[in-house]
Design a protein around this ligand. Structure first.
Ligand SMILES: NC(=O)c1ccc[n+]([C@@H]2O[C@H](COP(=O)([O-])OP(=O)(O)OC[C@H]3O[C@@H](n4cnc5c(N)ncnc54)[C@H](O)[C@@H]3O)[C@@H](O)[C@H]2O)c1
Length: 310
């Protein structure tokens, strides 16, 4: 579900390559308009329509639902009511169907579950979560709902707290960390970028291949290995816009960074951690990222160069 978004459109072909083309049914509220997801089986589906969710699960004998529909942090501040519906009521529908048809569920959470009172550095797995955004409120509630459906109904709900995701293939969908993708396009096309976040705003980020790896590895691990289940901290790199720009300058020395701060996204970013402690994910299901800032930047620039100019 939500298969045409930033994560879904890269997760879907990867799942198909592992489990077989016919064994992965993609769905989204939108019609696919690009080839990769379009190639396989697809259902148009609104996650608010619980009857349709149930009929798709029944029709295709679904055993595992990737619940990806969401309104991301910055957009959720524009449309909080819609975010509440999609992020929380949509998840509730998915969990109800999973309960009835005995499906497992992957439900991604986010670093947005943390707030001003959360320890900022090396943020623990289990800590204070008092987010001030609608995105955070819905995602903390979603984590708790996932735990409840596991303990009460034995629905195998798992998830990670994704940081900002960086991808050369897909554009982000309205989050606070979108700058870390936009900056690469502007660096290659214009050799300059205007940041909406201040220098010194450190945030966790992850390269898409690691996000896909985390998702698949967590869902494949035997249940007995998991002490937590839902909402694992996962980390791979943490930087501010200055550090990212310095890394880009190693490849594009004339790159210029300037600032025009967006108060809404700055406020959200200020309430998020400066770096997560992901030792529980490493211990319980062997989480280990493959990319750091240096290798991600080199790979992004080389992939985008061939995409933009060929
Ligand atoms: N991308 C990130 O940086 C990031 C970071 C942390 C957590 N996450 C989480 O990962 C998940 C996927 O995020 P994403 O970046 O792919 O989001 P996205 O915004 O790129 O994609 C969401 C998809 O959901 C679809 N959708 C919206 N409303 C729908 C509805 N009513 N029914 C069915 N589909 C609907 C949209 O068409 C879109 O294709 C979300 O739960 C998000 O909170 C993402």
């Amino acid at each position: 579900m939500g298969a045409l978004g930033q994560i879904g459109s890269e997760l879907t072909p990867k799942l198909r390559s592992i489990y077989g083309e016919d064994n992965v049914i993609a769905s989204d509220i939108r019609t696919p308009n690009y080839s990769r997801t379009n190639e396989g089986r697809f259902e148009i589906h609104d996650c608010m329509d619980i009857k349709k969710t149930a009929s798709i699960v029944k029709k295709h004998k679904i055993g595992l639902i990737y619940n990806l529909p969401a309104i991301l942090s910055a957009t959720a501040e524009k449309y909080p009511q819609r975010a509440f519906e999609i992020n929380l009521l949509g998840l509730y529908n998915t969990l109800e169907v999973a309960r009835e048809y005995k499906c497992a569920v992957f439900n991604p959470s986010t670093i947005g579950v943390f707030g001003d009172t959360t320890p900022k550095k090396n943020t623990p797995q289990d800590t204070i979560m008092r987010p001030s955004t609608m995105y955070g409120v819905t995602k903390v509630s979603g984590e708790l709902l996932g735990d409840y459906y596991y303990s009460r109904y034995n629905v195998d709900v798992r998830g990670v707290r994704f940081p900002g995701i960086i991808s050369s293939d897909t554009l982000p969908g309205g989050g606070t960390t979108d700058y870390a993708v936009e900056i690469f396009y502007k660096a290659l096309k214009k050799k300059k970028y205007t940041s909406y976040l201040k220098a010194g705003t450190y945030l966790d980020m992850m390269y898409m291949p690691d996000a896909i790896k985390a998702t698949i590895n967590l869902m494949e691990i035997e249940s007995a290995h998991l002490k937590h289940r839902n909402a694992f901290n996962v980390a791979s790199m943490c930087f501010d816009v200055e550090e990212l720009a310095a890394e880009i300058r190693k490849h594009i020395p004339e790159f210029i960074l300037s600032y025009k701060i967006d108060p809404v996204r700055q406020k959200i970013a200020d309430s998020w951690p400066d770096g997560l402690d992901d030792s529980e994910a490493r211990d319980q299901w062997n989480w280990e990222p493959s990319y750091n800032l240096e290798s991600m930047t080199a790979d992004m620039l080389s992939k985008l160069k061939s995409k933009l100019w060929h």
